[in-house]
Design a protein around this ligand. Structure first.
Ligand code: PLP
Length: 410
């Protein structure tokens, strides 16, 4: 968001005018930023045979999927519904990888019938898969190298207590199943968590995975998941993608030589591609001065934007109605009947009732996690593309909420 002539703009479109046109609360996503992030990744790994699969659970609007398809991305999906969305968005089945956790075997069978790539993350399902398909349908295996990665336990998926992946300590058992049932393993996968700053953590995990790769002679790709961190706070560290690309690229090329064939190196970023592209706008309903603090109560809450409460995530807040206002300290809270605090004792340009606040980094895991708690409709979503704004999700109504309810005689 740029401040030009004292007005906040997104790729040339006035933020305040968007809020007037579409009302608040409002999610706005800028394709220019998605494209910038995608190209950064491509550039960092140039020289390697690389494929990025957008992890669409971060932001699932079909137009966003279509945009990444246009850029050349594949798609990482975690439910059969996401698979269906990907196909509807125009991805070919082989561009879609299905990486579910604890779904039923029936759901995996459905994904096979749709022709997408399958990633299996437990031995029980792998055995059932082997019995049904033998070597007639290739699979990728999700391994868990048990490295501690990511910002906190909730977003770390590689540690010893994690439910994700097949433990690297179960390799002998795994190999026995693969051999006995003649399973065609064409990919290996790991995803150790979100928000990994340190490039060495990626490399350690990669090294463990590549050691195992030597046991599987028919590999076509190795998927190192994601976890690329972006900055949330001003001055936050980010994953150094250039360094990662150089070091991991060269490590992977070395591995391919040893392996005897050039494989594709794959990643499945979600947050890195869409977090910074998103802005969430809300209006201040009330300023409430207490003896302890000054609350700014806004027209949204944890129903629409749960990251601050669920992950203790920091989201930067700008008062776009008062760019010149002096900094004052506020606790920004939602309108839900829960403690839904967005920010505590945060310096923000002076806030008046009716002002519009902007939450930054609102593209990933925000609208995708929204609910109807307190019977509140979900916000509208707008896409900025080539300097124009497009409504991509209309605001819900009370009728939408009632649409699935069945009234009975009582
Ligand atoms: C959520 C998820 C991702 C994306 O993680 P980000 O931190 O958003 O990049 C990638 N792969 C799998 C399997 C996931 O579940």
């Amino acid at each position: 968001m740029q401040l030009t002539k004292n007005k906040y703009q997104l790729s040339g479109v006035s933020a305040i005018q968007l809020c007037e046109k579409y009302d608040t609360p409002l999610f706005v996503y800028d394709t220019a930023i998605m494209e910038r992030q995608y190209k950064r990744l491509l550039k960092a790994f140039e020289g390697s045979k690389v494929q990025f699969n957008y992890a669409c659970k971060a932001l699932t609007n079909i137009n966003v999927l279509k945009f990444f398809k246009k850029l050349g991305s594949g798609l990482d999906t975690v439910s059969i519904q996401e698979v269906a969305l990907g196909l509807k968005a125009g991805f070919a089945p082989e561009q879609i990888i299905f990486t579910p956790n604890c779904v039923s075997f029936e759901e995996i069978v459905q994904a096979v019938e749709l022709g997408v790539r399958i990633n299996i993350d437990n031995l029980s399902i792998l055995e059932q898969f082997g019995h049904k398909y033998g070597n007639s349908y290739p699979v990728c295996l999700r391994l868990n190298p048990h490295i501690m990665a990511g910002g906190n336990l909730k977003i770390s998926t590689g540690h010893i207590d994690s439910k994700f992946g097949i433990s690297i300590h179960q390799m002998r058992h795994l190999e026995r199943i693969v051999k006995t049932l003649n399973i065609h393993v064409n990919g290996l996968h790991m995803h150790t968590g979100s928000e990994i700053v340190n490039v060495d953590v990626f490399l350690n995990g990669a090294e463990l995975l590549l050691e195992q790769a030597m046991h599987f002679p028919d590999l076509e790709y190795i998927d190192f998941g994601s976890g690329f961190k972006v900055g949330y706070k001003p001055g936050d560290l980010e994953t150094d993608i250039t360094e990662l690309g150089e070091r991991m690229g060269s490590m992977f090329r070395g591995f391919c030589q040893e392996y005897g064939r050039e494989l594709t190196i794959e990643f499945e970023p979600g947050k890195y591609l869409v977090s910074e592209a998103g802005f969430f706008f809300c209006k201040v309903n009330v300023i409430k001065q207490t003896t302890a603090t000054v609350f700014a109560g806004v027209d949204t809450g944890l129903n629409h934007f749960i990251r601050p409460m669920f992950y203790d995530a920091y989201h930067h807040i700008t008062n776009i109605s008062n760019p010149d206002g002096k900094n004052r300290v506020y606790t920004v809270v939602g309108y839900i009947c829960e403690t839904d605090t967005f920010a505590s004792d945060r310096p923000i340009n002076e806030i008046r009732e009716g002002d519009v606040l902007c939450f930054h980094n609102a593209g990933a895991y925000t609208s995708a996690m929204a609910s109807n708690y307190n019977s509140r409709p979900k916000p509208a979503e707008v896409l900025i593309h080539n300097g124009k704004d497009y409504l991509i999700t209309r605001r819900q109504t009370l009728e939408d909420l009632l649409a699935t309810q069945v009234e009975i005689e009582l």
